[in-house]
Design a protein around this ligand. Structure first.
Ligand SMILES: Cc1cc2nc3c(=O)[nH]c(=O)nc-3n(C[C@H](O)[C@H](O)[C@H](O)COP(=O)(O)OP(=O)(O)OC[C@H]3O[C@@H](n4cnc5c(N)ncnc54)[C@H](O)[C@@H]3O)c2cc1C
Length: 498
């Protein structure tokens, strides 16, 4: 329907709602009116606390001051996720935001490293990665104009409810109207089938030209009204429940998330300035909720600050994330479990994509189709990356791990694994947020060892190879030794002690 968009209504005031409102307001400016409707009675999920580096682009677009952002959201720095017990019990590896060594044209660093391993020059690949070194040392500094060799990519851990409040203040100060109320009815235009208004309890009617469904798992518009359909990926992603609980902060705040695998799920630990966020993500086919609560509480490393809270979800995605004049953003558009902290990224990616495809002069099938095609590919690629962690396990202690190891995974994923296993080849799919170093670290971490390497890695003599590796390690260590402890950085940068 070709109708000019003058007013956008954002349904929901969780992370998705406020990220959407803030970005739309910032980029679209005054000509487009933005109203956000939320119900305090329903509340928000409020557990998304770990992010990935693209959040910095979004913060830059919003023009946020980083020190203020860290203070207001009680953020800490995230350099990586440490995976414990994922490949085997007792085994650990990191998925950092960095990359090992320095790659050269056509030949990634890991090919040189693989050749060295095969020649008996054994070393740990992560020791060539500055992010890893900083994680292990618990240090951090913002590197000025970094040589690519010394790039220290980072994201944040933050308090989800404070993040929402911060973006709400930002949005309201810039003219987003917030309406408190419970939506009881969604009205469609009789001819076009487009959403034209929302009716709140008490009778208030809110009209709009375009609607962003940020109503969370229920998908008030996209599912309950438009019956858009949902692709269930439970056969690949076996966890369907989470239990979350905050606990006291540690003396020292680590600059990484921990993901600790248990016999039928995994536990996260996210360090914030004022507390730790913890949770167990599990399969309800394998653990009862009582069992899950026992596992979570018995494995906390500091005192719980509240009762555990259960969250049910269905891994998968909404079939048409843009349907008619409704775009679903956040949990209404799908959920891929929090293993790689991708949900907030997907919120941001959806809004950025919408801004590229914004239907100023009206919704057209071409805009909708291309938006949906890109969104689908992006979701599927993240899904495959998450499956990778489960599929490549070598654990034999429970049916959960045996089942995930033998499941039939998507063809594209199988090909990626086999290519890497054959000769260490990695490639970048369009719309894949995870670049080659991410695939490398998880594949190696989960135990896939390339049988061969790229022939360009043979261009050095054995001695030159030894020197290259030793120099790289030395160069990578250099900036780390001058950095302050993570907590000291936070104190200096934010002007307050964590
Ligand atoms: C266990 C778990 C852990 C997670 N961890 C991470 C993580 O580490 N990193 C990450 O990036 N993401 C994570 N996520 C995802 C992240 O929490 C969500 O992406 C994020 O919170 C977005 O939620 P939302 O805004 O879509 O929904 P919600 O927070 O559920 O908000 C829904 C909004 O809609 C409103 N609403 C609903 N119905 C009505 C109605 N009838 N009338 C009026 N208003 C209504 C509600 O009031 C609320 O404001 C995690 C999710 C889960 C479940």
């Amino acid at each position: 329907m070709r109708k000019q968009i003058r007013k956008v209504v954002v349904v929901g005031g969780g992370t998705a709602g406020w990220v959407t409102a803030a970005l739309l307001r910032r980029v679209l400016g005054e000509p487009i009116e933005i109203e956000l409707v939320e119900s305090e009675e329903i509340g928000i999920v409020g557990v998304g606390e770990a992010t990935i580096p693209p959040i910095q682009h979004v913060n830059a677009v919003l023009g946020l001051d980083e020190a203020e952002f860290l203070r207001e959201t009680k953020s800490t720095i995230k350099l990586a996720i440490r995976f414990d017990n994922w490949r085997r019990q007792g085994d650990s590896y990191y998925h950092t935001f960095g990359a090992p060594g320095r790659s050269q044209a056509f030949c990634h660093f890991h090919h040189f490293w693989t050749r060295a391993q095969q020649a008996g020059q054994v070393s740990n690949l992560w020791e060539y990665d500055l992010n890893y070194l900083c994680c292990e040392a618990g240090r951090f500094a913002k590197l000025q104009a970094p040589d690519p060799l010394w790039e220290l990519k980072y994201a944040y851990h933050f308090d989800a409810s404070l993040y929402g409040k911060y973006l709400r203040k930002y949005s309201e100060q810039r003219g987003v109207r917030r309406t408190e109320g419970l939506i009881e009815e969604v009205r469609l235009n009789a001819e076009s089938g487009f959403v034209e208004s929302l009716v709140l309890r008490g009778g208030q009617v809110i009209e709009g030209d375009f609607f962003i469904d940020c109503s969370g798992i229920r998908g008030l518009l996209i599912h309950q009204k438009l019956n858009t359909g949902y692709e269930d990926w439970g056969h690949w992603l076996p966890c369907d429940r989470a239990m979350a609980v905050p606990s006291e902060r540690f003396e020292q705040t680590l600059p990484y998330t921990r993901s600790i695998a248990h016999s039928a799920g995994w536990q996260w630990r996210i360090p914030l300035q004022h507390r730790n966020g913890n949770g167990l993500v599990y399969s309800s086919n394998h653990y009862s909720d009582d069992q899950a609560a026992d596992i979570l509480l018995n494995n906390l490393e500091s005192k719980a600050l509240a009762e555990p809270r259960i969250i049910r979800f269905r891994p998968g995605r909404t079939r048409k994330q843009w349907n008619r004049n409704v775009v679903s953003v956040g949990l209404s558009s799908g959920f891929l479990e929090p293993l790689e902290s991708t949900s907030i990224y997907l919120i941001q990616a959806a809004v950025v994509r919408l801004l590229h495809f914004f239907p100023h002069a009206g919704v057209t099938p071409e805009l909708v189709d291309e938006y949906n095609r890109q969104a689908q590919t992006e979701y599927e690629l993240i899904r495959d990356f998450i499956i990778l962690h489960y599929y490549l396990n070598e654990r034999d202690d429970s049916p959960f791990w045996r089942d995930t190891r033998t499941m039939d995974v998507p063809e594209r994923l199988k090909q990626k694994i086999e290519l890497f296993r054959a000769n260490g080849t990695l490639f970048q799919d369009q719309y894949d947020i995870f670049l080659e170093p991410s695939w490398l670290q998880v594949m190696l971490g989960q135990g896939v060892v390339p049988r061969d390497y790229h022939p360009l890695a043979d261009s050095l003599t054995d001695e030159q190879l030894r020197e290259k590796l030793a120099n790289t390690k030395k160069l990578k260590l250099e900036p780390m030794t001058k950095m302050p402890a993570h907590d000291q950085f936070l104190e200096m940068f934010c002007g307050q002690k964590p």
